[in-house]
Write a protein that binds this ligand. Sequence first.
Ligand code: ADP
Ligand code: 5GP
Length: 188
Amino acid sequence: MDKKVIIFSAPSGAGKSTIVKHLIKKYPFLEFSISATSRQPRGSEKNGIEYYFFTTEQFEQLIEKGAFIEYEEVYKGSYYGTLRSEMERIWDKGNIILFDIDVKGGINIKRLLGNNALSVFVKPPSITELRNRLMKRNTDSQDAINKRISKAEEELGYESQFDYVLVNDDLQKALIEAEKLIEEFSSR
Ligand code: ADP
Ligand code: 5GP
């Protein structure tokens, strides 16, 4: 069987986690790739569940060893990356890897894996709606929201580098569109 991956990238607040969670629940053959990070766990996050947590020194040693297929300093001082060992763990079970990863990481993985990867850019209907969703989600300070919005404006410039742009306006419609993409890609 081909070693396949599906990548979801989006500006923060576009609804990527909502869509990815739905897909993981619906399709048992999809398995979420747990990234490594050097940021601190937030809230109830646990090592090996949301992320593999490392210190900056440990993360830099893993970079030296070539343990990552890709990594980025997504926010200043915080590394995020995908371990090659994590990908093998999922493929060994015969599953398709689902990535929830930042826009640059998504483009890099697509470039490395070509036709074995489906890359999807989740797009908010507008920047105003993106701001509304981040405010409603109530997980970020006003300052953090402003930073995420200015990053989002830059990220929207990369949408043409993805295989598919999924506009998340009406959530039910976006979920059905996402299911179609998964079913078509997994059966080809
Ligand atoms: P991301 O993972 O892209 O940062 P989330 O999935 O956390 O985004 O979604 C951001 C917020 O917007 C959440 O509170 C979520 O419930 C809400 N949301 C997601 N999709 C929609 C939609 N189509 N319409 C309105 N609100 C949405
Ligand atoms: P958070 O700190 O909110 O969990 O995630 C911050 C950002 O890091 C998100 O945009 C997320 O998609 C991105 N991210 C998570 N894992 C990886 C990874 O393995 N590689 C890259 N490049 N970005 C990641």
